[in-house]
Design a protein around this ligand. Structure first.
Ligand code: PEP
Ligand code: MN
Length: 357
């Protein structure tokens, strides 16, 4: 796929800011004028809001498009809003919205995305596609393909995290690896990090934005509101334009690469050390699986089940303690060992099935 950039600007970060929802003409205009002074690249405001439960504020609807048109006229800023069906697309285009975005609850539904794609066909408006709420990279890619096949080439993606039932830090767990995988597969897409919906709170917006920059994201989408505490939606995560300016000014932008000889030499050296260790890890994991195969045979002969819960929890807690001594987080050790354990179970199962056949 031959994606084109959405923004002309070459230097990072590309900045998209504005309120979660358009609430009133005053609130929209006040936010836009404050953000205009900060030279943002795109002004956002939700007009139709997908809310989890009914009877909460579901957006002002079409009247908000008039306010966005006024933002364009008065400030010269480009504007974007969320579309979730064909009617939204037609209305948004009628009012001259510059960029459309597809929300996380829409990306999950191929029917909805196809309806939007069909409505877009024949236009060349840029589209930003948020990740689906569930951590399914294929579904995200599917939405990109549907929009691309409708003839849209200026496509970007917005990483806004994935819903989780037990994350205590984030509103939506980032699972950066999924965005990184998408970057590897589609390096020409524009990558935006929506730190507001990942965090769900103000105090960690900065480190998440910095992390996105360190992972080579092109830009940020951050919800800004003149009076965040009294916002009609997502009050806890919105910040004032002034605080937003501090956030942007605080970002450290590192180069994606360097031509400096000494740097290249040293990094090459460190990378070959990493490669050696990765090979050793793979050798060891391979050996571990051979032993798992033997255990599978032995359990089969003795008619013993594969999963031994007591043994597994002993392995896990001892590894967590050992990992801590080596500077490894509990979260990482758990993920790492669970993956190894799963593979080990698969090996034992395969051996047992083979013996049965
Ligand atoms: C939003 O950007 O306000 C929004 C509704 O986002 P998401 O689709 O990521 O939940
Ligand atoms: Mn929001």
């Amino acid at each position: 796929m031959n994606f084109k950039p959405i923004f002309e600007k070459k230097e990072r970060p590309i900045v998209i800011a504005g309120p979660c929802s358009a609430e009133s003409e005053d609130q929209v205009m006040q936010t836009a004028h404050a953000l205009k002074q900060q030279d943002i690249d795109l002004f956002r405001a939700g007009i139709w809001k997908p809310r989890t439960r009914p009877n909460s504020f579901e957006g002002v609807g079409v009247i908000g498009l008039k306010w966005l048109r006024k933002v364009k006229e008065e400030t010269g800023l480009k504007v974007t809003t969320e579309v979730a069906n064909a009617m939204h697309v037609y209305e948004a285009m009628k009012y001259g919205i510059d960029v459309l975005w597809i929300g996380a609850r829409t990306t999950v539904s191929p029917f909805a995305v196809q309806e939007i794609a069909d409505a877009l066909s024949g236009t060349d408006i840029p589209v930003l596609i948020k990740n689906p709420i569930n951590p399914d990279l294929k579904l995200w890619i599917g939405a990109i393909e549907r929009i691309y096949e409708a003839g849209i080439t200026r496509i970007g993606v917005i990483h806004r995290g994935f819903s989780s039932f037990d994350d205590k830090t984030f509103r939506n767990t980032p699972r950066w690896q999924i965005a990184i995988e998408l970057m590897q597969q589609f390096p020409k897409l524009t990558f935006i990090c929506d730190n507001s919906h990942i965090c769900g709170r103000r105090d960690i917006l900065q480190p998440v934005a910095q992390k996105a920059m360190d992972l080579n994201f092109h830009g940020l989408m951050t919800e800004t509101h003149p009076d965040p505490d009294n916002a009609w939606s997502d009050a806890k995560q919105q910040i004032t334009p002034a605080v937003f300016k501090e956030l942007i000014d605080s970002l450290v932008l590192r180069k994606t690469t360097s031509n400096n000889e000494e740097f290249l030499h040293n990094i090459e050296d460190l990378r070959s050390q990493i490669d050696l260790i990765d090979n050793e890890i793979l050798d060891l994991v391979g050996k571990r699986m051979q032993i798992a195969d033997n255990i599978g045979v032995y359990k089969k002969l003795n008619n013993i089940s594969i999963l031994q819960p007591k043994r597994w929890s002993e392995i896990l807690s001892s590894a967590v303690n050992k990992g801590k001594l080596r500077g490894l987080s509990e979260e990482f050790i758990e993920k790492f060992l669970k993956a190894i354990h799963e593979e080990s179970i698969n090996h034992q199962e395969a051996v047992m099935n083979r013996m049965e056949a």
